[in-house]
Design a protein around this ligand. Structure first.
Ligand SMILES: CC(C)(COP(=O)(O)OP(=O)(O)OC[C@H]1O[C@@H](n2cnc3c(N)ncnc32)[C@H](O)[C@@H]1OP(=O)(O)O)[C@@H](O)C(=O)NCCC(=O)NCCS
Length: 400
């Protein structure tokens, strides 16, 4: 996917210009200084916090790290990551020094790379971005490049405050043509699909499945937690190779933590961002029928680990799992069309569910257009969940 030379000259103003080139390992210090200046040393990802990860990412064959230079000084940066199994990519980490913002530099930089990456001969089908909402700039920028908003991640990352991020997706038309139509959804997530239908121009109606509450679960498990990223990564690779893991599709996330039952019969692999308490479920080895109870037990273990937010991906063709995720108080926040390649070669839609362990806070959020609609759909589910948990005020002592 990455063959070819990524080297461009971008106009800065009438007279001067900038160079956009692939970063080299020896640029590591300049890159980390750039992000430290812009984020005041609070960049939340290991990518910058840990110089070994910075260097490994620059050198990685499935990454393209682009550096903007003016007068031989690092003034901006953006990364692309690729998953060759699902022909999906992610663009992230965009930064431009404040004094050079508003010159369309980042838009030109990402646009120049996308032109190469989506050339007819290239296999890439999808590029997505998760955009901060502390200013409207990131979402507007990707919208101008043809991305569509596909959801929000409420309070997912913490920089100075808990930030909500948007999900923005660029899908090539051949990927949408190759998409499995008529997703099978529980009623609570149908609102998200309606937004996606409009924004991505999807013609097909969903099938709404009447799935009742899950059966009462088995006794809860108290997971012990293995917080040893190197060992966990090795175990994860072994479980994948032995085909023991279910729900193991979560591109661009590495496993760090393993939740294990005492008898080792149940295992759940988590991605964990220690800096801000973000987590995602990357794979489950368990024959337990009660998926909802399993998620609850994982949340209990995550809370002990100091995590504050957790995500899980659920197929848009698995209404039972959607119901179980809702039952475990995970709320639907994004609808990703055509996200994964199925064994049959078609592309399948996915839903993102998230659960926050903290009080939701949207102070200072700058969310426009479709993003606002997704947040409303999310809040509607959140409110319905609170009502469902609340005591019946009619039957008991009235508070109001
Ligand atoms: C986001 C960022 C990389 C944008 O870089 P940039 O080179 O200034 O962006 P561009 O000039 O290419 O902007 C493209 C579009 O974004 C929008 N935009 C940019 N800055 C904006 C701002 N401060 N407010 C509102 N919209 C803005 C505009 O619509 C602009 O198009 P226009 O010039 O035709 O109006 C830069 O603001 C930055 O480094 N921010 C801090 C780090 C960060 O939050 N990164 C995003 C991570 S998701």
């Amino acid at each position: 996917m990455l063959r070819g030379r990524f080297h461009f000259k971008l106009p800065l103003d009438g007279e001067s210009s900038c160079v956009l080139r692939q970063a080299r390992v020896k640029d590591c210090d300049a890159i980390r200084a750039l992000y430290d200046d812009i984020y005041g040393g609070a960049y939340p990802l290991e990518l910058i916090r840990n110089p070994d990860v910075t260097r490994a990412t620059i050198a990685d064959a499935n990454h393209l790290w682009m550096l903007l230079e003016a007068d031989a000084r690092a003034v901006g940066s953006v990364l692309f990551a690729f998953d060759p199994a699902d022909f999906i990519g992610k663009v992230y980490g965009a930064v431009v020094r404040p004094e050079l913002r508003g010159h369309d530099l980042m838009q030109l930089a990402i646009g120049a790379c996308m032109k190469r990456l989506f050339a007819e001969s290239k296999p890439l089908d999808i590029l997505y971005a998760t955009t901060r909402t502390v200013t409207p700039a990131p979402a507007r920028l990707v919208t101008k490049l043809g991305f569509q908003n596909a959801g929000v991640f409420p309070n997912c990352h913490k920089v100075k405050t808990s930030e909500t991020h948007g999900l923005d997706v660029y899908v090539r038309s051949r990927a949408l043509e190759n998409r499995l139509p008529h997703p099978k959804l529980v009623a609570e997530v149908a609102g998200l699909y309606e937004i996606a239908r409009e924004t991505f121009g999807l013609a097909d109606e969903p099938t709404i499945e009447d799935v009742g509450p899950p059966n009462p679960g088995s006794a809860s498990l108290r997971f012990k937690v293995l917080d040893d990223p190197a060992l966990v990564a090795r175990l994860y690779a072994e479980r994948l190779a032995d085909r023991q893991l279910r729900y193991c599709f979560f591109p661009f996330h590495e496993p760090h933590v393993l939740c294990q039952s005492a008898d080792l019969a149940h295992e759940v692999f988590l991605h964990k961002n220690a800096a801000d308490g973000y987590a995602a479920i990357l794979g489950i080895k368990s024959d337990r029928a009660d998926f909802s109870g399993l998620l609850d037990d994982v949340c209990e273990a995550s809370g002990r680990l100091g995590l504050r937010y957790i995500e899980v991906l659920v197929s848009a063709f698995d209404p039972l799992k959607q119901r179980e995720a809702l039952h475990a108080r995970f709320l639907p926040c994004a609808y990703f069309p055509a996200m994964k390649v199925t064994p049959g070669g078609q592309r399948m839609d996915y839903l993102v569910f998230s659960r926050s362990f903290e009080r939701l806070d949207f102070t200072g959020i700058e969310l426009e257009g479709t993003g606002r609609r997704y947040l409303q759909a999310f809040m509607k589910c959140w409110y319905a969940m609170l009502l469902a948990q609340a005591p019946d005020f009619e039957a008991q002592d009235k508070l109001f």
